[in-house]
Every structure is written in C-alpha cells, then in structure tokens.
Design a protein around this ligand. Structure first.
Ligand code: TA6
Length: 298
C-alpha cells in the first residue's frame, strides 16, 4: 500500500497538488511547478508562503520555490549570450518558466523517499520568443530533506545559453535576528549600489534592503535562526552563484502580495547560475541545478 497521498486543490486560479508522506507535506502549483509550501510533520514550515499571496494565472506566487528560467532577473542585466536567446518584445522578469503550466509526470516511492517529476512541455521549442528545443524537468524528492533539481537538456542543433535560479523563500522568525553562514569572505555584486563588486566580511546579517549576487559560492550555505533555534541548510550542486534578497520596509510596501511587515518573516537564498556562472549547453548536453534543503536544531 502506498505511504503517500496526492490531493488536488484549487487556490484562486491555480491548480495545485497537496502531496504528503509520513514525514512531510508539500503544496505544489501546476503553474511554474512551483513549490508553495514545505513542512515536516511536527515542525514549523521551512519555506515561506506570503499571507497576502495572489494565486493568479500569469503571476508567480510570492512563496516557496519559483523556478527562474531561461534567464534570471532583468534580461538586460544578463550576459549578451543569454540575451541573444530571446527574440520576444518585453522580457518578463525571471524568465518564462515560472508562469507557464507544467506537466506532472510521476509521483512514486523509491525506498523511503517520494520522487515527484514535472516537465515543461513548451520548452521543446514553443515558449513565446524563446524558440530553442530544451527538455526541462524539475525533480522534487521528499525524503529526510527536500531536494529540488532543475535539469535542462539541449535537444536542438545549436548551443543554448541560460541563466537560472531556484528562487527559494525561507521562513524565519525575524530576519533582523537571523544570519547567513557560508558567505564569509566571498565577493558579491551589490545590485543596490550600481552593481558594484564588494567583499563580504563575516556572516551576512540583515539591517536593510538586501539584493546581492554572491560569487564562487561554496556548496553549503545556512540560515541560522536563534529565536526558532533552527539552522536551515542548503546544499547545492551545479551552482557557483547565489542571490540573497530581502525587500525590507519600503520595497515590501510596494509589493501587493506581501504584507507591509511580511519582510520580517522571510529570506530568499536563491541557488543560481547567474553573472559569470551562466550555463552554455552544447547540442545534446544537459545541466542540473540542484539544492537540498534540510534543517536541524541549534
Ligand atoms: O532575486 C532577487 C530579485 O531579483 C529582486 O530584485 C526582487 O525583485 C525579487 O527577485 C522578486 O522578483 P519578483 O519578480 O518575483 O517580484
């Protein structure tokens, strides 16, 4: 007998699945194959879902793990090789994949883990303004940790260059008391000061709006949350860059889908391939961007 449950749920305009195992529960939207929430039995949520989230077609939900692909952020800020792939007019922020409907291919148990597989059929040459033929899959594994792997395989005849990110929103007690470890000494791009390159001293603490691209990142970053006595650990592969974002007071007020004080309870660490870390896929080549998310008491 199966030890998991898959239930369909409608949230506003979005079809979603609530998938639960004996150990954890996930809510995933068909749009963007976006994980909206992740909670282990008996623990507070690890991922943040905005109290004022808007569940509308064509708009990414302010929650969980939006998939940014085939470019990250503002296309104009990407290397020319990534920009050249897009032939449309207005390029939406964070690419095309997060607002398209994905297909759920399988939910199956493998040992003690639950494997969930999605694909974006339109990536096979039918995305508006982006005519390249790529097999794009998102594999989510619910085990002791949550693993998310985004794999792109170039099925066309010419190289394809992408930037991408798993734009993960983490739940914290109060961002002003949390810190990120693993970034000590790294160089980063300060997007809030003319994209100047700077160097991090010590762990990252938060005292204002933060929007940085960390370069040459190690495979492990963690969020230490003393108030909730919790450490969230992100273990990545296929990535040497990470974006760390918190909108703080004024930017949060501008976001219709975030409460004015919502910024206090969230923190984005985005496992990425951005800046000098974009991915060039030769014909037939594939690339997997992966993060495993775990937590432990501190
Ligand atoms: O990853 C950081 C960032 O690019 C910020 O600049 C901020 O705008 C955020 O993502 C959210 O973007 P969104 O398009 O989802 O509102």
């Amino acid at each position: 007998m199966a030890n998991f449950k898959v239930e369909s749920e409608q949230h506003g305009e979005l079809n979603c699945w609530r998938i639960s195992s004996e150990r954890a529960e996930l809510l995933i939207a068909q749009q963007g194959a976006q994980i909206l929430s992740y909670q282990r039995v008996g623990e507070p949520p690890l991922l943040w879902l905005s109290d004022q989230a808007i569940f509308r077609q064509g708009k990414s939900v302010r929650a969980g793990v939006p998939v940014c692909w085939p470019w990250f952020g503002n296309l104009q800020r990407n290397p020319a090789s990534v920009q050249a792939m897009y032939q449309g007019e207005q390029a939406p922020a964070h690419g095309l994949a997060r607002t398209r409907d994905w297909q759920l291919l399988a939910v199956e148990e493998q040992g003690a883990d639950l494997h969930i597989l999605f694909t974006l059929p339109e990536a096979r040459g039918n995305l508006p303004g982006w005519p390249h033929d790529v097999e794009l899959t998102l594999q989510v594994v619910l085990g002791d940790e949550l693993s998310v792997a985004l794999t792109s395989r170039n099925l066309g005849n010419s190289p394809v260059t992408i930037s991408q990110a798993l734009h993960s929103y983490f739940a914290v007690s109060d961002v002003r008391q949390a810190r990120v470890e693993g970034v000590e000494g790294l160089h980063y791009i300060e997007t809030l000061a003319d994209w100047e390159q700077r160097q991090q001293t010590g762990a990252l603490e938060f005292a204002g709006e933060t929007d940085r691209i960390y370069l040459d990142t190690p495979s492990t970053l963690s969020i230490v949350d003393p108030k909730w006595a919790r450490r969230i650990t992100l273990t990545s592969s296929g990535s040497r860059s990470a974006v760390i974002w918190n909108p703080w007071t004024e930017r949060a007020q501008e976001l219709a889908d975030m409460a004015d004080d919502g910024w206090q309870r969230m923190l984005c660490i985005e496992t990425a391939n951005v800046w000098g870390d974009v991915v060039e896929l030769e014909p037939g080549a594939s690339w997997a961007l992966q993060v495993r998310i775990g937590s432990a008491a501190v």
